[in-house]
Design a protein around this ligand. Structure first.
Ligand code: SAH
Length: 256
């Protein structure tokens, strides 16, 4: 018979936000500081990991595109096993656990195993990047819809993005660097103006943040020329334009 402790631990699926430790929720910060075990992704910044106590055990399950160090089922198994052994497990993820973070899969695995789960939201990188770059995702004058999509190569052609980008709409693309030229092609083929502004935000909220802009027709060239590296987000829409005066004028018109 298995040696099971009297109490099962809890798995905390915690959002670490986009990078800057000041953008953690208080709940996330408390859990990180008190944790005995932290299982984290590659996206979680060093500054945040440094907040863990001296006795905390840190396990990296870093997932980088095409360089998986731990399969998802192995991560699920690890969380369940540690919780069953009585540990309080802090599963720390970049941004928000339920926005392209596989938090859903990990929560399901815990539910299936009878392990209690708590989810702590984080500032998803789209919101962190938008704030840091001062790009409003909605704006009374120029955007009343905002969509988040995953832009990695696998399955890109099957995804229906029609109507997500265009006049009055903002589209934020996660994981879109490698397929940036294809993304531009896809959106233009769907009817988007080749002149639609795009902003690329690399390492949002960190000291190394870069903000680049171009019309969508030049997105691939921009990413290539500037050697943009992951993590980066692509924001497509009028709000991404740096013509602040234009936005301001529209807003003034609107306010009247
Ligand atoms: N759960 C995360 C997303 C994980 S998917 C969240 O809510 O933000 C990984 C993608 O997120 C990256 O490929 C990149 O597109 C984006 N990303 C995460 N952190 C970022 C950052 N600091 N700056 C720019 N993009 C970031």
């Amino acid at each position: 018979m298995e040696n099971s402790p009297a109490t099962t631990g809890t798995v905390y699926l915690v959002g670490a936000g986009p990078g800057d430790p000041d953008l953690l929720t208080l709940r996330a910060a408390r859990l990180i500081m008190q944790a005995g075990l932290i299982v984290h992704d590659g996206l979680v910044s060093e500054d945040i990991l440094a907040m863990a106590g001296p006795k905390a055990r840190l396990v990296s399950v870093a997932k980088r595109r095409s360089r998986h160090t731990m399969a998802q089922h192995a991560i699920n198994d690890l969380l369940v096993a540690e919780a069953r052994a009585g540990k309080q497990v802090v599963r720390l993820k970049g941004g928000d656990p339920f926005v392209f973070g596989r938090g859903g899969e990990e929560a399901e695995a815990c539910h299936a195993a009878g392990v209690p789960v708590e989810v702590v939201p984080g500032i998803t990188s789209a919101l962190g990047a938008a704030a840091a770059a001062q790009i409003p995702l909605t704006h009374r004058a120029s955007a009343s819809v905002v969509s988040f999509v995953a832009g990695q190569c696998k399955g890109l052609t099957e995804q229906d993005w029609s109507g997500l980008a265009g006049k009055g709409r903002t589209l934020v693309i996660y994981m879109g660097l490698a397929s940036a030229p294809l993304i531009a092609e896809k959106l233009i083929a769907d009817g988007l103006s080749p002149a639609m502004p795009v902003a690329v935000i690399e390492n949002a909220t960190s000291k190394a943040m870069r903000l680049l802009r171009a019309p969508i027709a030049q997105l691939g060239e921009l990413v290539n020329r500037e050697r943009v590296k992951s993590p980066a987000l692509i924001i497509v829409g009028e709000v991404a334009s740096d013509a602040e005066d234009e936005l301001h004028a529209l807003a003034m018109e609107y306010a009247q």
